[in-house]
Design a protein around this ligand. Structure first.
Ligand code: SAH
Ligand code: SF4
Ligand code: F3S
Length: 440
């Protein structure tokens, strides 16, 4: 009888797509997805290490698994992803019930590791090498999925002072464009209508390998039949080039939303973070994108309380927000990560002060998000349907081209992936409407 695996994914989309690959791979070792922890034989934590809080979440999840494992003979606990890459087998010092530890570059070995652990009842782990053979594995796709993430590169060659990613994901490696295009063609044949291209810094795609440049990759993807929407994350503003910006006026399927993490608004802080762009350069790119595609939406990431950040520096961050008016953003208190340059810098902002700045930033963002969402009321938008609405099974849920969630009442039976929806009201994080335009 097939055994069951339950994967808990922490962190970013990189991990989400890696988890989907792990599901495909574990299928070859006769594991099927479990509905919940209680019917699982194997639990796999795909971990993140980006901030201290991320680490804590994983340690407490591991704590809970101690009991889960004791409840039934033969249950296995596996830990992969970024924290596993960072800590390696040292993880077992804190959690001796871990059976398998594997890094971000050894995903392809997972079926072998599981078989080994099943057989010998002793802990196993892999060396953390630069292997990318898992790229050939098609991420597990749920029945009826219309949107899929596609890895185009992994790792990062930047050296942002605060960031652990280059340490846990290794140097940047781009995937051959031929493989990417083949994967997207296959996805389109299986019903996928939207692809999200993933990398830590997608705009530097292929430069090291002498592959086609990122804009050319976008052009080729846009010619694949039935791919109606193309998105990408993440762009370091420094590497977002003119040609990519221009494509927003040329390729209709390139969605009018860019996630463009600025991190901070002060020149001095940006420079000590090592981000490689100035505030003015950032504004320049936003303006060029708005010219290329009027109405384009922006989202961003912010860090508050970076070492040396004064109240005046923080005000510069708020003023960037006023200037750009992001639809949404993610914001975090600086968290020193072992081995990064930022961890060696003297912390000058107290936890209380950093929390206060974070609250002020998030309050301003909430106001901007509310305004940006409210501006959609009365408009007719195209929604790519992702499934039933969580709160009301008679309604459908999907996203606008600019990435806003919409819940709506359908009027057509059909199976069309894209529906025209009239927006009737707006919340903080989602829109509500009905299909087929105004009804009086
Ligand atoms: N490659 C992406 C970032 C990935 S990490 C980019 O360059 O934009 C996602 C976000 O986590 C970052 O944008 C940053 O805002 C936040 N982050 C990363 N390291 C952090 C740290 N040490 N403390 C607080 N926030 C951090
Ligand atoms: Fe981290 Fe900077 Fe690379 Fe993004 S670009 S992953 S923030 S080092
Ligand atoms: Fe976390 Fe690793 Fe992503 S540290 S944010 S899961 S690349």
């Amino acid at each position: 009888m097939a055994r069951r695996v339950y994967i808990e994914t922490f962190g970013c989309q990189m991990n989400a797509v890696d988890s989907a690959r792990m599901l495909t791979l574990l299928g070859t070792a006769d594991y099927r997805p479990a509905e919940s922890l209680s019917d699982a034989d194997l639990v796999l934590l795909n971990t993140c290490s980006i901030r201290e809080k991320a680490d804590q979440k994983i340690y407490s999840a591991l704590g809970r698994l101690r009991r889960w494992k004791r409840e039934r003979e033969g249950r296995l606990v596996a830990v992969g992803g970024c924290l596993a890459q960072q800590e390696g087998t040292a993880l077992r010092k804190r959690a001796s019930h871990i059976d398998i530890v594997f890094g971000t570059h050894s995903i392809a070995f997972l079926p072998d590791l599981v078989r080994l652990a099943e057989g010998q009842g002793a802990p196993v782990s892999t060396d953390l090498t630069g292997d990318t053979s898992h790229w050939d594995v098609l991420p597990y796709l749920a029945d009826g999925a219309v949107s899929a993430m596609v890895t185009i590169m992994q790792g990062c060659d930047n050296d942002c002072a605060y960031c652990i990613v280059p340490h846990v994901r290794g140097p940047e490696i781009s995937r051959p464009s031929r493989e990417i295009l083949n994967e997207i063609r296959e996805l389109a044949e299986r019903g996928v209508r939207e692809v999200v291209l993933l990398g830590q810094n997608v705009n530097s795609y292929g430069k090291k390998e002498g592959e086609i440049p990122f804009p050319e990759l976008l052009r080729r993807i846009s010619r694949i039949r039935n791919i109606l929407r193309i998105r990408f994350i993440t762009s370091n503003p420094r590497d977002l080039d003119r040609e990519t910006i221009r494509l927003f006026s040329e390729i209709e399927s390139l969605c009018p939303h860019v996630h463009l993490p600025i991190q901070a608004g002060s020149e001095r802080v940006l420079s000590s973070m090592g981000r490689g762009y100035t505030r003015e350069e950032y504004f320049g790119k936003v303006e060029d994108l708005r010219k290329a595609r009027p109405g384009i939406a922006f989202s961003s990431d912010f860090i508050v309380g970076f070492p040396g950040e004064t109240e005046a520096d923080f005000q510069d961050t708020l003023s960037v927000m006023e200037e750009v008016r992001f639809d949404s953003s993610f914001s975090f208190r600086f968290s020193p990560r072992a081995g990064t340059r930022g961890a060696a810098m003297a912390e000058t902002v107290s936890k209380e002060e950093a929390s206060d700045r974070l609250t002020r930033l998030q309050t301003l963002q909430a106001r901007h998000s509310r305004d940006r969402f409210a501006a959609c009321v009365g408009k007719e938008v195209e929604v790519l349907v992702e499934g039933k609405s969580a709160k009301d099974p008679d309604r459908l849920c999907g996203r606008t081209p600019c990435y806003k969630t919409v819940n709506f009442s359908p009027v057509t039976e059909g199976q069309e992936a894209v529906r025209r929806v009239r927006i009737r009201s707006a919340g903080h994080h989602s829109l509500s409407g009905e299909e087929g335009g105004p009804r009086g």
